[in-house]
Design a binder for this molecule. Structure first.
Ligand code: 8YV
Length: 319
């Protein structure tokens, strides 16, 4: 059986694929493969391990309908036309569960960095602007006892909430399509309406999937309903916030700061105004990028691929 890998995965995954006698072809050009190149590369393959943001839309799927299985190197599957894949009998697998801790760590890192203007102050040192000691220059704000709002209380949201409770005793409110009783029982999180979430959160952290419903959900109108002291954190998908509106909300003081691990588009260009704002921290989509998590993701990917090639239900099948 033949599998194409459209980027890098942890070596343990490659080793396990070989142990299953799967013939691997891997994209190693050091840039994201284009849509046409991906179609071309998949022509004589039985499976695809899809790394990165390539759209696996109806055009791609129909051009590669001989594929038995696509294993995503992500928990998110907004890049795939799931309905079309189902119609064509191509099994789609993702990597849930194993990346919740690392992604929540990234959200926590951004929250703390924004609250103390860490990225901005680091850049000042690099520019030679640390001249002398000043007791009241760009002051941060403290997180202790502040209210954490979670938009999308799933596995990752719950991990973020636990970290914030442990570190700063933050009361947790959340908004979901449906109530998460497990989170309510585990950490006493309180379900609130979307409007209440906006009005009451001191830190508002996004942990939902990108869907038609959540696309551009955080726009100027929404930012205006948040506290002027609020910190907005997005480690989910860049499409969930409107970047132009976020910039305006920060410039006009509708919110206090923002921490982003995801942007729209990705990669973010170096001249983006957000990168020079005092109360902003941006990371290049490293949410789950730890040795431990990448290894665990690679192992799930192999299980998904092997099951799909054998015509079995995937351990983590989407749709
Ligand atoms: C991936 C992610 O690293 O799981 C997700 O949805 O965003 C990240 O963990 C990214 O998709 C690259 O494959």
């Amino acid at each position: 059986m033949k599998v194409f890998i459209s980027g890098n995965i942890a070596p343990i995954g490659l080793k396990q694929l070989e142990e299953h006698h799967i013939e691997i072809t891997q994209w190693k050009e050091g840039r994201q493969i284009t849509a046409d190149e991906l179609i071309q590369a998949c022509q004589d393959q039985d499976g695809l391990i899809s790394v990165g943001p390539n759209k696996l839309d109806a055009d791609f799927l129909n051009a590669c309908k001989h594929l038995k299985v696509i294993a995503l190197h992500s928990v998110g599957f907004d890049q795939v036309d799931i309905k079309e894949a189902k119609k064509l009998n191509i099994a789609i697998g993702n990597t849930p569960g194993v990346l919740s801790g690392a992604t929540a760590d990234t959200a926590f890192l951004l929250m703390l960095s924004v609250s103390r203007k860490a990225f901005y102050l680091h850049k000042k040192i690099l520019k030679g602007e640390w001249k002398n000691y000043e007791p009241t220059p760009e002051l941060g704000i403290e997180l202790n006892g502040k209210t954490l709002g979670i938009f999308g209380m799933g596995k990752i949201g719950l991990e973020m909430a636990k970290k914030c409770i442990g570190a700063y005793q933050m009361p947790v409110i959340y908004h979901n399509r449906s109530q998460n009783h497990e989170a309510e029982k585990a950490i006493g999180a309180k379900y609130v309406s979307f409007e209440e979430l906006l009005a009451q959160s001191d830190v508002l952290s996004i942990h939902t999937a990108l869907t038609d419903e959540t696309k551009d959900k955080f726009n100027l109108d929404v930012f205006k309903q948040m506290k002027p002291e609020a910190i907005f954190i997005n480690t989910a998908r860049g499409g969930i916030h409107n970047e132009k509106d976020l910039i305006e909300a920060l410039e006009e003081g509708f919110i206090w700061g923002a921490g982003l691990d995801v942007t729209n588009p990705e990669p973010m260009q170096a001249d983006n105004v957000l990168l020079n704002m005092e109360n902003v921290a941006v990371l290049p989509h490293i949410g789950s990028a730890t040795v431990e998590t990448r290894n665990a993701m690679a192992e799930i990917i192999v299980k998904n691929i092997v099951a799909g090639l054998n015509g079995e239900e995937l351990p983590h099948q989407v749709g």
